[in-house]
Design a protein around this ligand. Structure first.
Ligand code: ADP
Ligand code: MG
Length: 260
């Protein structure tokens, strides 16, 4: 049989990754006439850090929202830890804890303290004791570097601090996978790294992550794999180094020439 570079296993195959944790099979999604996700097939394994990159409007946010079932899909299936996404009720609440999400806008509860923001989910959804939830929240806030801000209101914190609280809030639910949708794109430049550093540390600890970002430095340092999306399709998949230095598709080359 003939062999070519295309047949070669991806360089990430060298990394010891676990079993599939998030699987999308032939996923399609329309908004009216707009076909926003086209036959998406994607498997993210336990411990893997996947960076999703692509032009505005290519379907990256819809992809994340579909995994968390904030959007329904028209066809195909999505499995999280081997289970199809639940439709409603308790199972859906459990899915939302399993799949932590951090958005571009920090969307903390504005009228709750930082500590309450992080304890509310564990107490209300996971039925943890308030005392235990507080203890763990404080540890998580420490871990993301805002332990001394616990009793403040969100508006008293910088954007970078608020986004780190949002990460702690998601982690408090003991997620199996974390989704990040452009978590630094609304931040002032000097705050971007403090958030990326927390994410990189999380990646290093083995958290499974799907990260929509154009931060190439983060992708290079933390990602196992980069997926490039355009017009609702996965156009290219590669190891970050390979993707940023030698993109294969014209779409990716064109896109990278604009952001780099
Ligand atoms: P990205 O995150 O890559 O910028 P999105 O997933 O947000 O892309 O959007 C993909 C396409 O779907 C865009 O054309 C966007 O305008 C459209 N879209 C997203 N959400 C909705 C919605 N709720 N209703 C209609 N169109 C939407
Ligand atoms: Mg988006």
């Amino acid at each position: 049989a003939q062999s070519s570079a295309q047949d070669a296993p991806p360089s990430t195959a060298a990394q010891p990754l676990g079993e599939p944790l998030v699987e999308l099979r032939d996923v399609n999604k329309h908004f009216g006439d707009l076909h926003v996700l086209r036959d998406i097939n994607l498997t993210v394994r336990r411990g893997e850090v996947l960076v999703v990159i692509g032009p505005s409007g290519s379907g990256k946010s819809t992809l994340c929202r579909a995994i968390n079932r904030l959007e329904t899909i028209d066809s195909g299936e999505i499995l999280v830890d081997g289970e199809p996404l639940p439709q409603e009720g308790k199972a859906l609440a459990r899915l939302r804890s399993d799949v932590g999400m951090v958005f571009q806008s920090f969307n903390l509860f504005a009228h709750k303290t930082i500590l309450d923001n992080v304890t509310l989910g564990p107490v209300k959804v996971r039925r943890e004791k308030t005392k235990d939830a507080k203890e763990r929240a404080l540890a998580l806030l420490d871990r993301v570097g805002v332990g001394n801000q616990a009793h403040k209101m969100p508006a008293q914190l910088s954007g970078g601090q608020q986004q780190r609280v949002a990460i702690a809030r998601a982690l408090a639910m003991h997620p199996k996978v974390m989704l990040f949708d452009e978590p630094t794109s609304a931040l002032d430049p000097e705050m971007i790294n403090e958030v990326l550093d927390v994410m990189a540390a999380l990646a290093k600890e083995g958290m499974t992550m799907i990260v929509v970002t154009h931060e190439m430095g983060f992708a290079r340092r933390a990602a196992n794999r980069v997926v490039f999306m355009a017009d609702g399709q996965i156009v290219e998949e590669a190891h970050p180094e390979e993707f940023f230095t030698a993109p294969k598709s014209e779409r990716a080359k064109d896109f990278l020439s604009k952001i780099l």
